[in-house]
Design a binder for this molecule. Structure first.
Ligand code: F6R
Length: 362
C-alpha cells in the first residue's frame, strides 16, 4: 500500500503534483480571472466583511499564515491568523462582520473545533478548509472548501500543506472577486502561478538525490535554523517543525530579520542555516541575514528562484518561477530534507514518538 516507498511520508511528498492537480481540477477559470470552489456564499455574506481570521494548529496554522498574507492582497480585507487553542480562550473581540476560517486537514482537531465553536457563539460567520469529507468541522461551519489531497497516512503533514495553501489562495481570489476588490488581471496572474504549481513541485522532486546528499552531510549538526521573510516565514517555520517532528533534532524557524535580535547568539559552525530565497520572500534581504550567520561560521543552504544565484551558499536548490507560490514550492525541499535526515538516523518516520495524526484532546 506504500506503492514501493519505504514510508508513507515519502510517498505523500511524491504525491504532491497529483494531489495539487486534484486540488485545482475544474476550479480555475484563468481567462475570466475567477475560481469556482463549489461554495455558494449567501447574498451579502462577503460584501460587508471587515476581517478574515484564520484559526488552525501546527502545520495547518503555517498554511494559514501563508494564506493570511495572500488574503491581504487578494481579498481586499484585513486578514489575521491565530493559533486555534489561543483563539478559543482568547479575550479578543470577534465582531459579527468577521469570517473565521478553520484550516484543518483532519477536520477533527479539538483545538480548532473549540475555536470554531467560540466564533459561532460570538455570531461570526464561519468557514472550513479541510481534507476530510463528513468530518466534524464541516457540520459546524457555514461553508466548506475541500482541499482534495487524498488520504494522508504519515503523521507528518506534507501534501495536505501544499493543497491547503493552494485552496486558500483560490478562496482569497473567490472572495476578492466577489467583493469587487480584485481586478481580473491580478487574479489571472495568481491563477497562472497556481497552474504552474504541480509541474514546479515535480521539478523539485526530481532533485531529491541532491537533497539527500545535503541531509547526509549536515545530519549530525547541533541544531538547524530555518529563515525566510514575507511568504518565506511560514515556510521556514514549517520546515523547522517537520525536521524536529520526525528527526528529533533541534530546529527553529525565524523571520530572517529576527536572527540578529537574539538567535544569532546560538549560531556556530555546527548550526546550518537553511533559507528561503525565492520570489515572494524578499530574497536579497534574507540573504543579508544569511551572510551574518555565515560570518559566524554557519554553513548555509538556500532554496533560490531559478535564474538567481547566491555564490556563497554551501548548497543551492533551484525553485521554478511560479510567483506567489514559489515559497510553497521551496517547502518541498524542506520536506525532503527533513525526511532524509530522519531516514539516515533510522527514525520511525511515519509514527514519530509522542505524536498522533489527529489530536482530539485540548
Ligand atoms: C505536523 C502536523 C500537525 C497538524 C496539526 C493540525 O506535521 O501534522 O502539526 O498539522 O495537529 O492538524 P489538522 O490539520 O488535522 O487540524
Amino acid at each position: 500500500e506504500k506503492g514501493g516507498y519505504e514510508h508513507y511520508m515519502r510517498k505523500e511528498i511524491h504525491e504532491q503534483p497529483t494531489a495539487l492537480r486534484q486540488t485545482l481540477a475544474g476550479r480555475l477559470d484563468v481567462d475570466a480571472g475567477d475560481v469556482d470552489l463549489d461554495v455558494s456564499f449567501p447574498p451579502g455574506f462577503l460584501a460587508d466583511l471587515e476581517e478574515i481570521r484564520i484559526v488552525a494548529c501546527g502545520t495547518s496554522y503555517y498554511a494559514g499564515r501563508y494564506a493570511a498574507q495572500l488574503f491581504e492582497d487578494l481579498a481586499g480585507v484585513r486578514a489575521t491568523v491565530e493559533i486555534a487553542s489561543e483563539y478559543e480562550f482568547g479575550a479578543g473581540r470577534t465582531p459579527d462582520r468577521t469570517l473565521v476560517v478553520a484550516v484543518t486537514q483532519s477536520g477533527e482537531t479539538a483545538d480548532t473545533l473549540g475555536a470554531i465553536r467560540r466564533a459561532n457563539a460570538a455570531g461570526a460567520r464561519t468557514f472550513a478548509v479541510t481534507n476530510t469529507l463528513g468530518s466534524t468541522v464541516t457540520r459546524e461551519v457555514d461553508g466548506t472548501a475541500f482541499i482534495r489531497a487524498g488520504p494522508e497516512i504519515g503523521v507528518a503533514a506534507t501534501k495536505t500543506f501544499a493543497s491547503q495553501v493552494a485552496t486558500l489562495a483560490m478562496l482569497g481570489v473567490a472572495i476578492g472577486r466577489d467583493r469587487g476588490a480584485l481586478a481580473a488581471a491580478d487574479a489571472r496572474s495568481v491563477l497562472e502561478d497556481l497552474q504552474g504549481l504541480p509541474g514546479a513541485v515535480q521539478q523539485v522532486l526530481d532533485e531529491e538525490q541532491r537533497v539527500r546528499e545535503a541531509a547526509r552531510e549536515f545530519q549530525d549538526s547541533e541544531a538547524f535554523f530555518f529563515v525566510g521573510r514575507s511568504l518565506g516565514v511560514p515556510v521556514a517555520l514549517e520546515g523547522a517543525l517537520k525536521l524536529k517532528e520526525i528527526s528529533y533534532d533541534h530546529a527553529e524557524g525565524f523571520a530572517a530579520g529576527e536572527l540578529k535580535h537574539g538567535p544569532l547568539a546560538l549560531v556556530t559552525p555546527e548550526t546550518p542555516v537553511i533559507a528561503v530565497l525565492t520570489d515572494g520572500a524578499r530574497a536579497d534581504e534574507t540573504m543579508n541575514n544569511v551572510t551574518e550567520a555565515q560570518t559566524r561560521g554557519a554553513p548555509a543552504l538556500g532554496c533560490v528562484s531559478a535564474g538567481d544565484e547566491y555564490d556563497t551558499l554551501d548548497a543551492s536548490f533551484d525553485v521554478p518561477d511560479v510567483g506567489v507560490v514559489e515559497p510553497l514550492v521551496a517547502n518541498v525541499y524542506l520536506q525532503l530534507f527533513a525526511y532524509h535526515v530522519a531516514n539516515e538516523k533510522g527514525r520511525p518516520i511515519d509514527k514519530p514518538r509522542n505524536l498522533a495524526k489527529s489530536v482530539t484532546v485540548e
